[in-house]
Design a protein around this ligand. Structure first.
Ligand SMILES: [Zn+2]
Length: 426
């Protein structure tokens, strides 16, 4: 009797345990199941592959060495300064994974063989996906908007004009202005006050002025004993400013304080990137020469009692790391008679250069600013100049200019875009 009672008791206990265990498993599975269906992670060939589920896009792939290097835990990453504080002297190149878990709040948690644990949210991972479309999105939306090249024919349809007070008071107008500069390369601001500080105000509204040999603000007006060719009434050929600087200024902000009433004093401008593109398509050999041959650009003189001798060796057409147009150097008045290339490269370079200048003039547009207008353009890209003019005792053409660097402008664009989209910056 004693025994059968005991067996009964064991059966009861076993059944109870079994039910409890099945129930426990069911609830545990229920908690994980929907996430499991959406999100799984595995290791394949040194990469972590995150499958997001049928409706949530293609698999995300991340090299395990990159995940280990970008661990977001407080030991590896300093949140306040957004700085990596691991792998300063050596990188954990092996980065061997013990296990991956995806069962908590859309997080991928990795346990490494050295007993370290890293967790990454799905959003963070998606944002850094190595797929070509995502890299393109990041480069074009966050890094830099791509340039839109334009010909003389297209110019009238691309003119954008902003109101001075709107740009100074409204963030949307400021962002639109800077995006236009980054993409099209130029724009106009109308109705600036008759105040010599307009160019300074606009520069400081973006960030800060780039100072050069000629000071923070430069005045373009005819001067006796001019120290720069621009300070004459003579025509100014198509050029970019400051080719003789390694750190050439990014944009010119030119405020027309007083315009010449004479027939001249018009501005001329051509898209240097478009000119380079035409050369590449129509005269590829000349293009190669202008991309590869360094030219000695120089500025030797004195301004406000300070003597200077600037030199920078650089080709006419400079490309960036992706092979896109980065910077055009062209300035006949600042091209040195020193030309430090092998003898046999000189004559072919002149032939290529002559074709580039011919194409630039063929693509040049002409317009005349009025007093109160501000002409802003990319100094790495736009070739610009002016026609001759004549001052009278009652009418002296007077422009006031400043420079701002692209680093400052792109940073402002990113900050303003993030504010507008209410997006997190990192
Ligand atoms: Zn860590």
């Amino acid at each position: 009797m004693q025994l059968s009672h005991s067996v009964e008791w064991y059966i009861k206990m076993f059944t109870r345990q079994l039910i409890k265990s099945i129930f426990h498993q069911l609830t545990a599975t229920r908690k994980c199941w929907p996430l499991h269906r959406q999100l799984t992670a595995s290791v394949a060939g040194g990469n972590v592959v995150v499958l997001q589920g049928p409706d949530l896009g293609s698999p995300l792939k991340f090299p395990s060495v990159w995940l280990r290097d970008n661990c977001q835990c407080s030991a590896c990453f300093h949140k306040n300064t957004k700085s990596r504080q691991a792998n300063w002297t050596r990188t954990n190149v092996e980065a061997r994974i013990r296990s991956i878990n995806v069962c908590q709040q859309k997080k991928v948690t990795i346990d490494w063989w050295d007993d370290h644990r890293s967790s990454f949210t799905l959003d963070w991972l998606r944002n850094r996906d190595f797929a070509p479309t995502n890299r393109k999105r990041y480069i074009e939306e966050i890094y830099r908007p791509p340039c839109q090249l334009w010909s003389k024919k297209e110019f009238p349809n691309l003119i954008r004009t902003f109101e001075f007070t709107e740009v100074m008071e409204k963030d949307e107008a400021l962002l639109a202005w800077l995006e236009c500069l980054a993409i099209i390369g130029f724009c106009f601001i109308k109705n600036a006050p008759h105040d010599i500080s307009v160019a300074r105000q606009l520069s400081e509204h973006i960030g800060f002025i780039k100072r050069t040999t000629y000071g923070e603000e430069f005045e373009v007006k005819s001067k006796e004993n001019a120290r720069n060719y621009a300070y004459l009434m003579a025509p100014l050929p198509l050029h970019t400013d400051l080719p003789y600087y390694e750190y050439k200024a990014g944009i010119n902000i030119i405020h027309c304080y007083v315009q010449s009433e004479s027939l001249g004093g018009s501005s001329i401008m051509a898209d240097g990137f478009y000119t380079a593109e035409r050369l590449r398509n129509e005269f590829p050999k000349f293009y190669e020469i202008l991309v590869k041959t360094p030219v000695d650009w120089y500025d030797l003189g004195e301004d406000n009692g300070v003597a200077f001798h600037n030199i920078w060796r650089s080709p006419v057409i400079c490309l960036d790391v992706d092979g896109c147009y980065h910077r055009i150097n062209e300035n006949s008045t600042k091209r040195d008679s020193h030309f430090t290339v092998p003898l046999e490269q000189v004559a072919p370079w002149y032939e290529a250069y002559d074709k580039f200048v011919e194409l630039a003039y063929a693509e040049a547009v002409e317009f005349k600013m009025a007093s109160g207008d501000v002409f802003v353009f990319n100094n790495r890209r736009m070739l610009h100049g002016r026609t001759a003019y004549e001052d009278t005792p009652y009418n002296k053409r007077h422009l006031i200019g400043t420079y701002v660097d692209w680093d400052i402008i792109y940073s402002k664009i990113r900050i303003l875009r993030a504010q507008q989209n209410e997006a997190k910056l990192y």
